[in-house]
Design a protein around this ligand. Sequence first.
Ligand SMILES: [Zn+2]
Ligand SMILES: [Zn+2]
Ligand SMILES: [Zn+2]
Length: 319
Amino acid sequence: MVADPLYHVSQKDLYQDLKRLATILLLAIALSYAKTSPYVLVLGIAQDGGMPHAGCMKSCCKDLWKKPEKHLKVSAIAIIDPETKQSWMIDATPDFPAQHQIVTKEYQSELKGIFLTHGHIGHYTGLIHLGREVMGASSIPVYAMPEMKSFLQNNGPWEQLVSLNNIAIQELKNGEAVKLTSGLSITPFLVPHRDEYSETVGYRIDGPEKTLIFIPDIDKWSKWKKDIRDEVINVDYALLDGSFYANGEIPNRDMSAIPHPFVTETMDLFNSTSTTDKSKIYFIHLNHTNPALKENSDAFKEVNEQGYHITYEGQKFEL
Ligand SMILES: [Zn+2]
Ligand SMILES: [Zn+2]
Ligand SMILES: [Zn+2]
């Protein structure tokens, strides 16, 4: 047989073709990896009242009233899986409309559920937007612990969300994982807090590569039967309650009635742990009075110099 000259390929051409093919393959692998890695997105870092805080004309908030672009949203995070284009929010805050918009439109994902930590106003009242007055949502899964579930089922206006099937409550069990996708799961764990309306949980999120814990609200670490230092050793990131920087921050109020681990107390507790473990800690849920919210403050510098971080809106943690 005589070879068709059209199909004659020189060794040099073959080498070039193979090189191109290898480049394309490598690019495809890199792209698919970038696409498949889920992450946690920070939607807000402020305590329940946001920032500026209603009625506050002190130096923390005074200048912010006329600068809406500098307002801080209430503490919440989202888990986003770019591969399946699905997302889950942890907590439904008073800033739910903006946070929902970020998750579903900016990050182009379908909201598959909302996990609630507890019954204080910064953590669940955003659910009102799912009702007939606003979105008229259809059976959005809302994951809640037993007392939180019963609170929503038995009190207006939340019970209407249940009776009209705007939300479909899924009961959580302490320490029991909920599988989100094949490589992603979330587990609630009880923490001590002023449990006026419900129990309070933190969440552990396990991704294909990394693990994150989220504890936006907790009373003093000493009230917890677990040692937060052990918990941090076992994860890659820890987003922890940083409500107040130090004692005396709210002058005319008894701060023991609103117990939280002060940022300074948490830093003292971790004082002798490794630099690696300290660097896993990101403070979140900061009250408007917390000086560490301002990047030019001594408090902010101290947190960073000691090897910890303050979370910021839009921050991502690869899982
Ligand atoms: Zn809170
Ligand atoms: Zn203020
Ligand atoms: Zn709370």
